[in-house]
Design a protein around this ligand. Structure first.
Ligand SMILES: Cc1ncc(COP(=O)(O)O)c(C=O)c1O
Length: 384
């Protein structure tokens, strides 16, 4: 019998754009040659020991064997509120302003389902995390408006360009560029949120703790009419734990919780406890030495990579945050990435973050020291 199954039309998203690059990477691996992976933002370092201890301990708690609540355990939500107060000096009500998520990614899509009707305008920045335009717009049949951000404006948008949207995704510290938001920008964004109460601002701070200069500030320091996303993934090298949280405007958080109640049963208490242990480890808004030392490692690797690129006169976007290096090698990004693959280094072409990002390439420094050194040697000698 022929299979007549057809997935729903909303699932007809363009496929992953790098099939050809993947084929080339597979050919290098199949030939038994080393391929040093600087393409994925998945930390190579482990979570801090005290986080692993809290997680294993939680596994032995009888409560952990039960269904969790969709919005998250009250004690864990209280840890979020306490952390928020010490880290950003913002008061949050754990009862109605905090929702625990199966990672920030889940929440970014969940918010769209909770606020977007078919045809509503959704703004998604370029370069940007593809989930914004895919789960955040296409899957909910929104009307996509891409917002091209420019290096000349430090990858910050003109506030005027956000007007009239139902949902706006923004992300600072930024993947892939490492750009950070200024206080002036956050103040203008807050003014817009207050002036256009129908608009929802989804402010993605998945990299809030991966900064090497000034600590990143929250949009909630400027307005409470927004939803902000945080994640344990990059904060504690725990992408596999799948836990994050959304905070902000009670009405929007409640709408997300309603949507979650209909579709999932929340995050395992085991990993919620991992989140609480991490947040509780902060003292007066300052991370514990374990987290600071990871950030030092990323900072050093980033410095090393930038110095290799700059020695080769390659333009690098100046950034003091995230474990990504965003650079413009000159010429076609695909050609550069293909050359790098053939020489043994895997990178991400900028066009993976939006069609307007040709010429740019992203490298992630989440690669163990030894292979990272080897990747640097290759990048030093690659023919341009
Ligand atoms: C900008 C941005 N937001 C959110 C996420 C997803 O984070 P999580 O692991 O919490 O789902 C990522 C993951 O790479 C990201 O780059």
């Amino acid at each position: 019998m022929p299979n007549k199954f057809k997935p729903a039309k909303r699932l007809s998203l363009p496929g992953y754009p790098f099939a050809e690059l993947e084929r080339k990477a597979a050919a290098v691996r199949n030939a038994g040659l080393p391929l040093y992976d600087l393409s994925i933002g998945d930390p190579d370092l482990p979570p801090p020991e005290f986080v692993i201890d809290a997680t294993t301990q939680a596994l032995r708690d009888d409560q952990s064997h039960k269904y969790p609540s969709s919005r998250g355990d009250l004690k864990v939500r209280q840890s979020v509120a306490k952390w928020f107060k010490s880290r950003f000096r913002v008061d949050l009500d754990p009862e109605n302003q905090v929702c625990i998520l199966i990672g920030a990614k889940e929440g970014l899509g969940q918010l769209a389902r909770a606020v977007v009707n078919p045809g509503d305008i959704v703004i998604s920045p370029e370069p940007g995390y593809p989930v914004y335009w895919r789960a955040g717009c296409k899957l909910v049949e929104g009307n996509l408006k891409s917002l091209v951000l420019e290096p000349e404006n430090s990858y910050l948008p003109d506030i005027k360009d956000l007007s009239g949207a139902k949902l706006v995704y923004l992300n600072y510290p930024n993947n892939p560029t490492g750009a950070v938001a200024t206080d002036n920008f956050l103040q203008s964004l807050a003014d817009l949120a207050e002036a256009e109460p129908e608009m929802t601002i989804a402010y993605d701070m998945a990299y809030s703790e991966v900064t090497f200069g000034q600590p990143a500030r929250s949009i909630l320091e400027f307005t409470q009419s927004a939803v902000e996303f945080h994640s344990l993934s990059k904060m504690a090298n725990a992408t596999g734990y799948r836990v994050g949280f959304a905070v902000g405007d009670p009405a929007r958080i409640q709408a997300m919780i309603r949507m979650k109640e209909e579709t999932d049963s929340g995050v395992s208490l085991v990993f919620q406890r991992a989140l609480a242990a991490t947040l509780d480890s902060y003292k007066n808004g300052t991370p514990p030495p374990e987290i600071s030392s990871f950030m030092d490692i990323y900072r050093n690797r980033k410095k090393q990579l930038i110095s290799v690129l700059e020695d080769r006169k390659i333009e690098v976007f100046d950034s003091e945050a995230t474990f990504y290096v965003w650079f413009r090698p000159g010429g076609s990004e695909t050609e550069f990435v293909e050359k790098a693959i053939a020489s043994g280094v895997l990178l991400t072409p900028g066009t993976g973050f939006g069609s307007s990002c040709g010429g740019w390439v992203r490298a992630s420094v989440t690669c163990p020291d030894e292979p990272f050194e080897k990747a640097l040697d290759i990048l030093k000698s690659i023919k341009l």
